[in-house]
Design a binder for this molecule. Structure first.
Ligand code: C5J
Length: 220
């Protein structure tokens, strides 16, 4: 069994029960005119995570891992978008309002799509989630249980929001979670660093932190 170089400790990885989970690499977060920019963020800060994620995705596919993609977004009638989420802050355009990539954070709109570089392949589960965590109100638990998955390699955006929430949910459900640091990104670099530090602190209170080079080596 390969041993992954990770912090706070090396982790043996059983490839047969390991999945790659790519969180919310959507146009709405990574491209101008989407949800991320509507909140006042510089979306170009997330671009650095794309090449490592692509390399990770290629390696995971080659190794035969289950690859799961997630997308944050809401039904067109907004019935799954709580007012507390829609009304929050002072965005330039709110969830459900029209933007240059269609309605902001709405399923089926161009902005909701995963960026072309990381497009899911046929057969790879795509989990649509209304919240920040990938387990809340989704079928992710069933997808993972059906494949007897025990270890999650998690990457995507943003580190301290949807990646973190998903890892916290997964950790409580008993999964070993490895966050792939350079394949994650945040609009707020200090939060990216803090988010990673929180995961691996205290002996790995929520999981492990590694990097794409180490993960690809372990998958090889
Ligand atoms: C946010 C996410 N940041 N995917 N969503 O609202 O992290």
């Amino acid at each position: 069994m390969p041993v992954l170089d990770a912090e706070p400790s090396p982790l043996p990885i059983d490839l047969a029960t390991t999945a790659l989970v790519i969180i919310d690499m959507q146009r709405d977060f990574l491209e101008p005119g989407g949800f991320g920019e509507s909140l006042g963020n510089n979306v170009s800060l997330l671009a650095a995570a794309v090449p490592p994620t692509r390399a990770l995705l290629d390696a995971a596919r080659a190794a035969g891992l289950l690859v799961v993609h997630t997308r944050e977004g809401h039904k067109p009638d907004l019935s799954d978008a709580p007012p507390a989420k829609r009304e929050r802050g002072e965005p330039t355009v709110r969830i459900g309002e029209p933007g240059p990539m269609g309605r902001i954070l709405i399923r089926g709109e161009p902005g909701h799509d995963i960026i072309p570089e990381l497009a899911p392949r046929d057969g790879e589960p795509v989990i649509d989630k209304p919240g920040k965590g990938a387990f809340y109100a989704t079928g992710l638990a069933g997808v993972l249980e059906a494949r007897s998955v025990a270890t999650l390699l998690v990457c995507g955006v943003t580190t301290e929001v949807c990646v973190h929430t998903t890892v916290r949910e997964a950790n409580d459900r008993g999964y070993r979670c490895v966050v792939v640091a350079d394949a994650c990104g945040s609009y707020i670099p200090a939060f990216h660093e803090a988010g990673l530090a929180m995961i691996k602190a205290q002996g790995g209170i929520f999981g492990w932190v590694s990097d794409s080079t180490s993960v690809i080596a372990a998958l090889g």
